[in-house]
Design a protein around this ligand. Structure first.
Ligand SMILES: C[S@@+](CC[C@H](N)C(=O)[O-])C[C@H]1O[C@@H](n2cnc3c(N)ncnc32)[C@H](O)[C@@H]1O
Ligand SMILES: Nc1nc2[nH]cc(C(=O)O)c2c(=O)[nH]1
Ligand code: SF4
Ligand SMILES: [Mg+2]
Length: 218
């Protein structure tokens, strides 16, 4: 059984695949926060901008089999040329994503991207793996396509992750979890300046912005 909070067709807003059309499959639950506001202060990851509790979002639900979920996700992809792309996120997708589901996505014609906090092993077959470390949570993934670190995090500064093999090293300015996606976010503005300065001083790292929030899409 797979539990999905929501699923939607949009443009990937972050990282090296930014601007690419994708169906986002947001799995329920995370291992670093319950998702309840009252638990945020005591959570390992305390700045999450996402609601991943339950299965009640747009196109969300419970899916008994991998093929059933893959068919559902495929129904959200347009009938048009271009390689179908699914981004598995959450919540923490690696609590649920298994090889059976990756195989089902591939059979449905999808390339499979994953957004993970890196604390759980990744199943084989993922086409694009993005690891985004959180606070002092141990990262068990040693190689990925992109490392995308939310910045600044006092317990997770960039130097700690340079041993992880990646094609791209990104800093993503931390946004206020509570503010609406669009509009003024002074905290994000100040973190964007800090991330910019870090990239200028450490050119291995590149800046990525949450483009979807800037343009006001999902
Ligand atoms: C909601 S997480 C879900 C996937 C996975 N649990 C993870 O943390 O990577 C999706 C992406 O949003 C980023 N993110 C979460 N809260 C954020 C915030 N307040 N500001 C900027 N990025 C944030 C995460 O670092 C991750 O790259
Ligand atoms: N457009 C868009 N791009 C994204 N990239 C990562 C996201 C996520 O929440 O995992 C996300 C998201 O929620 N929307
Ligand atoms: S950002 Fe990722 S790891 Fe942190 S609470 Fe949200 S879903 Fe979990
Ligand atoms: Mg998001």
């Amino acid at each position: 059984m797979y539990r999905v909070k929501e699923a939607f067709y949009t443009l990937q807003g972050e990282g090296a695949q930014a601007g690419r059309a994708a169906v986002f499959c947001r799995f329920s639950k995370c291992n670093l926060w319950t998702g309840r506001e009252k638990d945020r202060v005591s959570a390992v990851c305390d700045f999450c901008d996402t609601d991943f509790v339950g299965t009640d979002g747009q196109n969300g639900g419970r899916f008994e089999t991998a093929d059933e979920l893959a068919r559902h996700i495929r129904s959200l992809w347009p009938e048009a040329p271009g390689r179908p792309y699914v981004v598995c996120t959450g919540g923490e997708p690696l609590l649920q994503l298994d090889e059976a589901l990756i195989d089902a996505f591939h059979r449905a014609g999808f390339e499979v991207g994953v957004e993970t906090n890196g604390t759980l092993p990744a199943p084989a077959g993922i086409d694009w793996l993005c690891v985004s470390p959180k606070a002092d949570a141990p990262v068990v993934i040693e190689a990925c396509d992109e490392l995308k670190l939310v910045y600044p995090q006092p317990l997770a500064m960039p130097e700690r992750f340079e041993h992880i093999r990646a094609r791209h090293y990104f800093l993503s300015p931390m946004a206020s979890p509570s503010l609406p996606a669009t509009g003024d976010d002074p905290v994000k503005q100040s973190n964007t300046r800090k991330a910019t300065d870090y990239c200028l001083a450490h050119p291995r790292w590149r800046l990525t912005l949450q483009m979807h929030k800037i343009i006001g899409i999902d």
